[in-house]
Write a protein that binds this ligand. Structure first.
Ligand code: SAM
Length: 282
């Protein structure tokens, strides 16, 4: 028996009706502790209900959470970044110069990807973030002369008042309460030609709200989406799904709810139907 299937059997045993109450007590304690970093717990009706249950905390609004992004993620790409870089470069070669990066931290994707792909001289890379990340990101941009970057905390304003060629969101859109891409595309001023979404919690069951221990004693409510509906809502706005990839580095185990657990997250690339694929270009 492989290590993975052995742990699966143990997990199934612990999820049985007899052991489930003890499992939930143990998992809840673990989730709320420092060792629970990255873990998920609970099913909630709303972000408000999740926040009422969670210990009071600043969520993403604390400097300590930026350390890994500044020190590591501005310099390093991971396996799941390659499809994004591939499509980003394709879009940029097709003339795209304006990027809206939703939850782009201090500019991690801009800094890390530009070591691998050519970016246009006229590039504008606009990041929507929380105020703490924005001040660290602005300082980093000033220190490194990254004049293509700018930041805002107002997502609704960014999508309703500005036009972008590419929307990117990696591991972030599910932390926004009312911001599925389908909804944002419906309300935006000018639709982007390309939509690149990475590290998304999609699975085949019903959408739900849970909470994640995001490290440094912080917790965040988040959505998990029904895969088919999430994709259809974007397609309904005039887009075609051009590529998808599994993100094996992220999985979700929800204690007490094995039917809402899944082994990998997802990356998606959509373009509006006028965009030519690589094999269609002259
Ligand atoms: C897990 S990090 C992902 C960062 C980066 N995109 C990456 O892939 O490494 C999620 C990011 O979303 C941002 N975020 C979460 N909720 C937000 C909100 N309501 N408004 C603005 N940014 C938010 C967080 O501050 C954080 O930087």
């Amino acid at each position: 028996m492989t290590h993975q299937s052995a742990s699966h059997v143990v997990r199934e045993f612990l999820e049985s009706p007899l052991t489930r109450p003890a499992l939930l007590l143990w998992r809840r304690k673990q989730f709320l502790s420092r060792e629970g970093h990255g873990f998920y717990f609970g099913l909630f009706d709303s972000f408000e209900a999740a926040r009422a249950w969670l210990p009071k905390n600043p969520e993403f609004g604390q400097d300590a959470l930026a350390t890994e992004y500044v020190d590591v993620r501005t310099k390093k790409v991971f396996a799941y970044d390659y499809p994004v870089m591939w499509w980003l470069e394709h879009a940029m070669r097709g003339g795209a110069t304006r990027v809206l990066d939703i939850g782009g931290s201090v500019g991690v994707h801009y800094y890390a990807y530009r070591r691998y792909i050519d970016m246009p001289a006229a590039l504008r890379w606009h990041i929507v973030e929380v105020p703490t990340m924005i001040s660290i990101g602005r300082k980093l941009a000033a220190d490194t002369g990254a004049s293509a970057l700018d930041f805002t905390e107002d997502l609704q304003q960014a999508v309703t008042e500005e036009a972008a060629d590419i929307w990117i969101s990696a591991g972030a859109i599910h932390y926004f309460e009312d911001a599925t891409p389908g909804l944002l595309l419906k309300n935006c001023r000018a639709r982007p030609r390309h939509v690149l979404l990475n590290k998304l919690p999609l699975y085949k069951g019903e959408s739900f709200i849970t909470a994640q221990n995001i490290g440094e004693g912080a917790f965040a409510p988040m959505h998990v989406y029904n895969r088919g509906r999430f994709i259809r809502d974007i397609e309904a706005m005039g887009y075609s799904l051009r590529d998808e990839w599994p993100v094996h580095e992220r999985s979700l185990y929800l204690p007490g709810h094995p039917e809402r657990s899944f082994p990998s997250f997802t990356g998606l690339y959509f373009s509006d139907r006028s965009v030519k694929g690589p094999s269609e270009q002259s």
